[in-house]
Design a binder for this molecule. Structure first.
Ligand code: PGA
Length: 249
């Protein structure tokens, strides 16, 4: 069985004090016996502050990094540096990075290898545009984004989760219906079965992201192939994020 994961993508939001109080609120609100993995992805400048006050089961990840380990790459941080700070996860392939920062599959593959080398878990994001959904090429699009995982070993795949995030649903309030989301998640599971094995595919967590909130999380998380969520806007408020965490049960 795949792990349940609820991940919070804070993106480029919150000032330091707000980030600290958000984590404090989550620490107080998440039950000690919470079974799902809870991971927050704060802006990277707050990672070390947050890790230093975090005495809970909440894990801290990074939204971005560069694939080289060290050297003359002004402005960048590496996966081994993140690991050294105590980061457990990284996001790779988020549509905002693919689109706004021109991150190609070739670059994303290098980032995957680099994170694996650093022994950091990966949430690999995929998703189609509105146009691709409307012209019916959405399944093909996702399949092509998943292809960069094909050469990974079984051991490496243990460090990978997938987040399906339809671009038209991110930050728009337009969530995929449970039917649309489950259809895609089942398709992703099928691709993983065909590429790897049934056993391995059943262990890979597939998260849904895109305007997931406290009102729709329950229905989405009840779908058989949805193992949790990658939450943007609704992860910035303690109450709404805690309700989403509660919905995974
Ligand atoms: P959203 O963002 O929940 O605000 O739509 C999700 C994401 O981009 O990870």
């Amino acid at each position: 069985m795949a792990n349940k994961i609820i991940a919070a993508n804070w993106k480029m939001n919150l000032m330091r004090d707000e980030a600290v109080s958000l984590l404090e609120g989550l620490k107080n609100g998440i039950p000690e016996n919470e079974k799902a993995d809870i991971v927050i992805f704060p802006p990277s400048i707050y990672i070390s502050d947050l890790i230093s006050i975090n005495d809970s089961q909440i894990e801290v990840g990074a939204q971005n990094f560069y694939f080289e380990n060290k050297g003359a790459f002004t402005g960048e941080v590496s996966a081994i540096q993140l690991k050294d700070m105590g980061c457990t996860h990284v996001l790779i392939g988020h549509s905002e990075r693919r689109e706004l920062f021109d991150e190609s599959n070739e670059l994303l593959f290098k980032k995957i290898k680099s994170a694996l080398h650093a022994n950091i878990k990966i949430i690999y994001c995929c998703g189609e545009s509105l146009q691709e959904r409307e012209d019916g090429s959405h399944l093909m699009k996702i399949q092509s984004q998943l292809e960069i995982l094909n050469s990974l070993t079984n051991n490496e795949l243990n460090s990978i989760s997938i987040a399906y995030e339809p671009i038209w649903a991110i930050g728009t309030g337009l969530t995929a219906t449970p039917l649309q989301a489950e259809e895609m998640h089942a398709f992703i599971r099928r691709v993983l079965i065909d590429t790897f094995s049934k056993e391995l595919a059943s262990e890979i967590s597939i998260l849904y992201g895109g305007s997931c909130n406290e009102n729709n999380a329950n229905e989405l998380f009840n779908c058989p192939n949805i193992d949790g969520g990658l939450i943007g806007g609704a992860s910035l408020k303690v109450d709404s994020f805690l309700k989403i965490v509660d919905s995974i049960k």
